[in-house]
Unconditional design. Sequence first.
Length: 317
Amino acid sequence: MKIVYPVLSALFIVYIIRPVVRKMERKGIRTGHAILILYAFILLTLAAVILYAIPGIRKSLAEITQLLPSLVGNYKQQVDGIFDGIQGSTWPQEIKDMLLSELGSLTAAVTRMASGLLSRSFGSLPGILTFVLSLLVGMVTAFYLIRDGRQILHSLLKPVPVKYRHRVLRFFRDMDSICSSFISGQFLVALMVGILEGLGLWLAGVRFPAMMGLIGGLSNIIPYFGPFIGALPATAISLAESVPLALKAAAVFVLVQQADNAFITPKIIGKRLGLHPLVTIFAVLTGAQFFGIPGMVIAVPAAAIGKHLLKQIFGLS
């Protein structure tokens, strides 16, 4: 089990429930008891949601699995029509060849993706077990981080010379603020984006709108590349039915993304991280190279912490 998954789970849990724990502490509830109460509430809520949602999810997955061959066939028909249109056009032959080559590559990629989904649809048990184990380890780690966080910080500061302790303490607090702003903010943004995308896809008549909205919301956590990744499944499924439906699906994601960029993210997260877009893109690509999707998620706060550390060391403004 990769260590990055339990660590991410722990950090996510800490920054989501810690504000509530602090409020419960002010009401006289001990920290450990407050965490356990929240864990019980969250687990019971999740159990109720899962029990309610599992029949629908299983039905959707079964339908997708059964529909994949026909969807791929319909997709090929759509592509064949585009092929014929390109070949019958009056465009220069060089442009025709380039478009036909790219379209052929796209068709092959979609076919491979569909075959992979079909072959893995019944082999996801190890992945589910890994996720559950990571979540359990993350919950235990988060419990101690919240309950004993002050003692842990005090222990970390002990070896630091007295004259530097204030500076190091300020760095830890700033790092905590950066992670809190990003994780809690992204959670709320993903929730709102997922709901809006699911609702928009439902209104547009796209199949499996709830599942596609969930994928879109979760993918939105990844900066820049996430919205594109999240739009692919819904657009591909819609394209297999008709080009107009695919355009409607794509339009839903574009409109929601515009609303996210203009209103949702600035309102919830703002510009607290203070990273240039090029730095963000480079950080996300680097994170993907070394840690895959988890690396893409943690890349932005890690880059913001690195920037802040450089400011502390070199006194940059």
